[in-house]
Design a binder for this molecule. Structure first.
Ligand SMILES: [Zn+2]
Length: 78
């Protein structure tokens, strides 16, 4: 069983897309945009490399699951 640390391993969180969000999806490269009608969610992943924080990636919720949840099950938003 691999040893994991919550401080040094990549993890993902599910957040609602807020107005004024200007980020592109890491898998489909399309803009993640706010919509008052559909209230979309995004997955925000903190990616660690060699035990150090490396970058943040944003995904459409459906793109994240479609790519096999690369950083695990996203923690629900607050
Ligand atoms: Zn996408």
């Amino acid at each position: 069983m691999p040893v994991t640390s919550s401080m040094t391993s990549s993890r993902a969180a599910l957040r609602s897309v807020t107005p004024g969000t200007y980020v592109d999806c890491a898998t489909c490269n399309a803009r993640i945009g706010y919509s008052a009608k559909t209230r979309p969610n995004q997955v925000i992943a903190n990616v660690y490399s060699d035990g150090k924080w490396n970058r943040v990636e944003h995904y459409h919720e459906e793109c994240y699951y479609r790519s096999g949840s690369p950083y695990g099950e996203p923690a629900p938003g607050r």
